[in-house]
Design a protein around this ligand. Structure first.
Ligand code: NAI
Ligand code: 15L
Length: 271
């Protein structure tokens, strides 16, 4: 198939940097958008350095692309004001640009922290479904819950399709025992985003984003229904992490709840 042009927002970040390497082999031409400069730009890449608050820059960045993979934003807890600007208003500005330019599909980086206060299932317990009630654990998680609802609104009102991916922990390796249950390898992230970008008739679909981990906490069936076939499993990392950190202690909220330490870290107030 002919290469599809993809706007990758948040391209200078950790996940964006992995995907710049991985997505071209799926046939995408990348247009990169970030407020921070992108390093080592390839000949095949176009770059837009701008803030999500810049409506004119966003509109131009979105013009002519086949789809948007929206990763830009604050990726950890912060003050409400900063989250509001980057993750809530920023995603709204992006969707307006996408609607105005007639782009048909967004894949949205949501997060496990939209449902972070959900108890993690014990061994053999029922997996967390995608329609579990939202239980954001932070202003950050709340912004991801908002973005999912924004995506639903733009589907219902404007016919603009979104796959919202509640990403677990996407790093080269899991570094905590909690992450064994929600880890997504960068290679599986590319597989999942490609499936989310190309599956037909997604409307607004919410999926969890992880590898096929032996200790999985959530239901990957809506992701698999898009054609996603995860190839990785965190289990080879388990013995070492458990030897160093111990098994999860379910009497501690930060080990018993999906969102981990996000559920117990002190709130960040305006400063
Ligand atoms: P990151 O913090 O490394 O990258 C985010 C990028 O967004 C940065 O390059 C930053 O400059 C850019 N950005 C922030 N505010 C912006 C603005 N106002 N305008 C333009 N660009 C802006 O985060 P990471 O780990 O790469 O995550 C990417 C996305 O995936 C984020 O939306 C994050 O919330 C989400 N996510 C990531 C997870 C992970 O394990 N890496 C887990 C769950 C969700
Ligand atoms: C997230 O949403 C963050 O963006 C990422 O940095 C990790 O903290 C991840 O969740 C996690 O829960 O491990």
């Amino acid at each position: 198939p002919a290469p599809r042009t993809l706007l990758l927002t948040g391209a200078a970040g950790g996940l964006g940097t992995h995907l710049r390497k991985l997505l071209p082999s799926y046939g995408y031409r990348l247009r990169l958008f970030d407020v921070m400069p992108v390093e080592e730009v390839r000949d095949t890449e176009e770059v837009v350095t701008a803030d999500l608050a810049d409506r004119a820059a966003l509109r131009e960045a979105v013009r002519g692309v086949d789809a948007v993979l929206h990763l830009a934003g604050i990726s950890l807890e912060s003050s409400f004001e900063k989250i509001l600007r980057a993750n809530i208003e920023g995603t709204y500005h992006l969707y307006e640009a996408v609607r105005e330019e007639g782009v048909g599909r967004v894949v949205l980086a949501s997060s496990n922290h939209a449902v972070g206060y959900t108890p993690a299932p014990g061994p053999g317990g029922p997996l967390i479904p995608v329609d579990t009630p939202r239980r954001p654990d932070t202003f950050y998680g709340l912004s991801k819950a908002f973005d999912e609802d924004l995506a639903q609104l733009y589907w219902d009102r404007h016919g603009l399709e979104t796959v919202s991916v509640r990403i677990g922990s996407c790093f080269p390796e899991p570094t905590t025992v909690r992450m064994l249950s929600i880890w997504m390898s960068p290679a599986d992230a590319a597989r999942l985003f490609h499936a989310a970008l190309t599956a037909e008739d997604v409307g607004h679909t919410v999926v969890y984003g992880s590898s096929a981990n032996t200790r999985l906490w959530w239901d990957l069936s809506s992701a698999r229904a898009l054609g996603y076939e995860p190839q990785d499993d965190s289990e080879p990392f388990a013995a070492k992490l458990i030897a160093e950190q111990g098994e999860l202690d379910r009497s501690k909220p930060e080990q018993a709840l999906l969102g981990g330490h996000f559920t117990t870290d002190p709130p960040i107030w305006p400063h």
